[in-house]
Design a protein around this ligand. Structure first.
Ligand code: SAH
Length: 394
């Protein structure tokens, strides 16, 4: 017998609107004794079957829905979800122009807690929830059948698993272990990715389209790329004809890969400079030295993990954006981003606008940017939308 999770009266609204999360407070009763990750039925007080999901007893989000209504949650169900996700990437044209892309984007591809990225001949998987963990071996098996690859490596070394009562874990799931460095091609740009130690699954695939946007504006420009990681935006800039790009990042290992990416793309070493340090301080130093650039990129890490951190995050964005505007030549472009899902697009734009005022700049908004198309957002799941960017002109 499949266990049943019965919701309080009136708490079925979100699920009926196809939101995939059931919070513990919405649950009236659990009939049966489901183990962590096992499939449960979600029912309204009056007994309507609303959906089938994975049970997560320790999390605030106690059920994540695999499907709305009745579904047979087994191998074939997951095979179909994987096929649908791949089909979208093919239709978007991503698979022909890129050897690295997000294949499965969790809730937004109907697989809560499951992230799968492709890097060349390897897949890298993250299981964030009990449901993903429960089906991990099945998913790995299906992926290796459906997607030709040499191996699947797990990078579930993320704190968010704590909330589900899961420990961080990494290692080979199937096939051969990937080499530490995998060279990928993204829209004609070459990058070196450390899938074993790099951030997330190794590379910020979500910025692909924004790197292409920068490339289109970069001819004959000088570029300061702050929070550069392995140099994603700088390589795009140089490909687009920039005369010089500077990467600033706190991580020395990321900058080493950035230097190697320069070589992979046959740029002259004097075109690309890598500087390790604290971007908040380096931006101030550059301001004090009176340095100016045609393009400044600001792509900081997530500043807010929860609502309590939003004010501090806002001050952080204001600070770097003010400095960013100051470092721009008149007519120069600021590419500024926020990957904090809790920071709403409207608020982010207001903070950047305030920063321009404080910098004494009458800036124009040229274009809005967001996460790449292989990171779709299920419309009933707005939480899936997190990356916002603005191109502003001084
Ligand atoms: N734009 C990059 C991704 C940036 S991720 C790309 O397209 O690939 C954010 C980066 O900020 C990480 O590389 C991290 O090492 C760096 N970082 C975090 N705090 C920093 C700080 N205080 N100063 C400089 N870099 C920092």
């Amino acid at each position: 017998m499949v266990a049943q999770v019965v919701l309080h009266k009136g708490r079925d609204k979100n699920i009926r609107a196809r939101h995939p999360w059931v919070f513990s407070g919405a649950i009236e009763q659990v009939k049966g004794q489901p183990a962590a990750g096992e499939t449960v039925e979600v029912r309204s007080t009056s007994g309507d079957l609303l959906g089938m999901g994975a049970w997560s007893p320790q999390s605030q989000i106690q059920v994540r829905l695999w499907a709305v209504g009745r579904a047979d949650i087994k191998r074939n169900f997951f095979a179909n979800r994987i096929k649908e996700a791949l089909q979208l990437r093919i239709e978007l044209g991503i698979t022909t122009r890129n050897t690295a892309y997000r294949l499965i984007n969790a809730e937004s591809d109907g697989l809560p807690g499951v992230i799968v990225d492709r890097f060349g001949d390897w897949l890298v998987m993250q299981c964030l929830t009990t449901g993903a963990e429960f089906w991990k071996e099945t998913l790995a098996e299906l992926l290796s059948e459906l997607i030709p690859c040499q191996g699947i490596y797990e990078r579930s070394d993320v704190d968010i698993r704590n909330k589900e009562g899961l420990l961080p874990t990494t290692g080979l799931l199937t096939g051969e272990r990937p080499p530490t460095f995998i060279d990928i091609e993204e829209e004609g740009r070459h990058y070196r990715v450390d899938v074993i130690h790099g951030h997330k699954t190794g590379f910020y695939l979500d910025q692909r389209d924004n790197r292409s946007a920068l490339q289109a504006y970069a001819k004959d420009k000088t570029v300061l790329n702050c929070f550069s990681y392995t140099g994603g935006f700088s390589i795009a800039a140089l490909k687009g004809g920039a005369t010089k790009a500077i990467n600033l990042d706190a991580s020395q290992s990321a900058l080493e890969l950035a230097a190697q990416a320069g070589e992979l793309n046959d740029f002259f070493s004097e075109q690309l400079t890598n500087i390790q340090g604290d971007a908040f301080q380096l931006l101030r130093d550059y301001r004090d030295e009176g340095r100016q650039f045609d393009i400044v990129v600001l792509d900081p890490p997530k500043f807010a993990d929860n609502k309590a951190q939003l004010d501090k995050a806002a001050r952080g964005y204001k600070d770097i954006n003010l400095l960013g505007f100051r470092l721009l030549k008149p007519g120069g472009l600021l590419f500024t981003f926020s990957c904090s899902g809790l920071m709403e697009a409207g608020l982010f734009q207001k903070i950047v606008a305030d920063a321009a005022v404080d910098a004494g700049v009458n800036a124009q908004l040229i274009r809005k940017l967001d996460q790449a198309t292989d990171h779709p957002t299920r419309m009933a799941f707005p939480e899936g939308y997190y990356l916002k960017g603005l191109i502003c002109r001084r």
